[in-house]
Design a protein around this ligand. Sequence first.
Ligand SMILES: [Fe+2]
Length: 296
Amino acid sequence: MRTETEQTLLLDHVDMRIVTGETEHSVPDRNSIVQLDPDHPGFRDGEYRARRNRIAEIALEYQPGDSIPDAPYTTEEHEVWRTIWKALDEAHEEHACAEYLECLKRLNLPKDRIPQLREVSARVEALSGFRLEPVAGLVEPRVFLESLANNVFLSTQYIRHHSTPLYTPEPDVAHEIIGHAVTLASPRLAELNRLVGQIVKRTTEAEALERLARVYWFTIEFGVLREDGKVKAYGTGLLSSAGELEAMHRANLRPLDLEAASHQDFDPTDFQPILFCPDSFDAMHQTLKDYLLCWK
Ligand SMILES: [Fe+2]
């Protein structure tokens, strides 16, 4: 049986957007709002739900090219951000790959308050050309992935409920910024994201899309690599959770065989028992780039 701490960290990486099938939580376009589940930590908090709706309205009214309006975060929510960083600062030093740490330095994100998407987007765009656009919640995997082809990352703007600072059952602004936005500031990781988007745009078969989603999961979301003999993370789901960064060392590491990864099932609600680990960042970049360029 799991301890309470493990439970707290267990679902922090859940990101349904990469699941290719229809789910009851997915919605048909980027402007639809997802209802909170009865077991969501914020379900019984009327104030939180009202704020989530206000933040969702920002996404509903957003037109690409507009400046992203600021989200009305509370003092408690800024505290959640600080708590997340308290857990992550040391974990990053120990477990993050050099490319990520370099991007973090270049972005110079505030750790004492939740940065607004507007400011993060401007900093990322200056470094790699990628920008963030707000969405109200989970969007169709195809909509999410296709936007990557246009250098756009569709990002949620709300933050997880303050009662569970190290757990979120859905992607939130902490996962989007600390995981995705930071890695998208790397021109080489941005390029890989863009290539995935380009393939999705020309892929019609569900089976092919499913295989690509698995490749995305085992690289962009849960990628690890070797650096100076140590296993380091470059995947967003790992880098946005101190619990995941610890747990990755217990995974069964396999060589980076992307054909194998494309057929490897995964459970997004648990720590990953299998990870694919190339010998360096360069090897990861080249292998994944070649694989995506040859995608049929
Ligand atoms: Fe993600």
